[in-house]
Design a protein around this ligand. Structure first.
Ligand code: SAH
Ligand code: SF4
Length: 387
């Protein structure tokens, strides 16, 4: 394929300034941006920011032209300096079970996967990513084999929710009968290594005059970054999920190497101190079922013992294999036997049924498969071009 170097830009007038996007800003950032761009006087900034906020986060508009109660001149002034557009959707897939998956390009080289799973939580849950890649390397997780590219900004986290709501046609924010009722930070990345941006995104998503998903319906999952757990509780008041996967340090160190830094006893102490735990506000413990590794009846009993006294839910996750992994998913009978021990100890329906497998929308598989598919499409296109 011939490549011609395009130098036209170098000699042309300076490139147009990058338009700032207002739709992922916090309320304070939004007001500050309006003042800085001199589109409003400082004393009017809060009022104007509230007006724009409702258009962006309650009505979901992606064009200033739709903001019918904003004067025409003001809309034009805004459109000259800012945008409220969405990032590009690179790929969209819908599973036969209703699971939906989007691959979103928020910036060059920054691609984020988001999955909507119906019938989880009150109505349906959106699984969002907090980083591209991950610095941790849990041995059973495919994301863990990919290096960290970078933390996502609050705007990039909020965009995942906005795109899902565009697709589910959930604008303006419905009071009842929502399809997207819950948010789980269980996509790519370790949210507690990006807590400032995660917390700012939660402020936007939970705002009553906008998307208005209550903090009690937002769950942040961590592999156990102990020092950040209290800060998560104080700063966000969201629900906590812990990727436990083992009941003793020797095994947990193999599965979740971060355990060497923060062993189980320290983790449990931080969990017990999480703000306002109660039977209505329980911690979720995630436990991936790995054949012959952590799935014996003795380990189920050890789990019950470890969680005694903690208001807890348990999620047994059937392992999702990926190319190159040595782990296998436990047999279904083994998972059921494990679950039965938990059931007898008072934990209801702890098995998470696999969803969206036909579109590879499962935990630990995020991004990798789409990358592969697109790489093969690229190779095919290059072959065609070469012929
Ligand atoms: N980094 C955070 C959140 C993202 S991972 C954390 O580790 O909690 C979300 C969940 O998917 C975690 O419980 C993780 O252990 C689990 N997971 C990762 N890879 C998996 C796989 N291949 N099969 C099943 N669950 C997996
Ligand atoms: Fe990172 Fe979570 Fe995967 Fe561990 S399980 S590598 S913390 S994304």
């Amino acid at each position: 394929m011939g490549v011609t170097l395009d130098l036209s830009r170098a000699s042309a007038a300076p490139a147009a300034p990058v338009m700032r996007n207002l739709s992922g800003m916090t309320r304070a950032e939004l007001a500050a941006a309006l003042i800085e761009a001199e589109v409003v006087r400082p004393e009017k900034a809060r009022m104007r920011a509230t007006q724009l906020w409702r258009w962006i986060h309650h009505y979901g508009v992606t064009d200033f032209a739709a903001m019918s109660d904003v004067a025409k001149e003001m809309r034009a002034a805004l459109a000259e300096r800012f945008t409220v557009a969405r990032p590009e959707i690179v790929e969209r897939q819908v599973s036969k079970d209703g699971t939906r998956k989007w691959l979103i390009r928020t910036a060059p080289g920054i691609e984020v996967e988001t999955v909507y799973i119906p019938d989880v939580g009150r109505a349906g849950a959106l699984c969002v990513s907090s980083q591209v890649g991950c610095t941790l390397n849990c041995t059973f997780c495919h994301t863990g084999t990919q290096a960290l590219v970078r933390n996502l900004t609050a705007a990039e986290i909020v965009a995942q929710v906005q795109i899902a709501r565009d697709d589910l046609e959930e604008w303006p924010s419905p009071k009842e009968d929502r399809r997207l009722s819950n948010i789980v930070f269980m996509g790519m990345g370790e949210p507690l290594y990006n807590l400032d941006n995660v917390a700012a995104a939660i402020d936007i998503i939970a705002d009553h005059e906008g998307i208005a998903i209550s903090r009690r319906r937002i769950t942040v999952s961590t592999s156990g970054v102990v020092p950040e757990i209290p800060r998560l509780g104080e700063r966000t008041q969201t629900m906590l999920a812990i990727s436990l996967h083992a009941t003793n340090d020797a095994l947990r160190e193999k599965l979740v190497p971060l355990n060497r830094k923060y062993p189980i006893a320290e983790l449990m102490a931080a969990i017990k101190a999480y703000p306002q735990l109660s039977n209505a506000k329980r911690v979720t413990f995630e436990y991936v079922m790995l054949k012959g590794v952590n799935d014996s009846p003795a380990e189920a009993k050890a789990l019950v013992k470890l969680l005694a006294g903690v208001p807890a839910k348990i999620n047994l996750i059937p392992f999702n294999p990926w190319p190159g992994t040595d782990y296998e998913c436990s047999d279904w009978g083994t998972i059921e036997a494990f679950a039965a021990i938990l059931n007898r100890a008072g934990y209801a329906s702890p098995i998470r049924t696999p969803r969206g497998r036909d579109i590879l929308a499962a935990c630990g598989q995020l991004k990798s498969e789409s990358e592969k598919l697109r790489a093969s499409a690229r190779r095919a296109a290059e072959r065609d071009a070469a012929e």
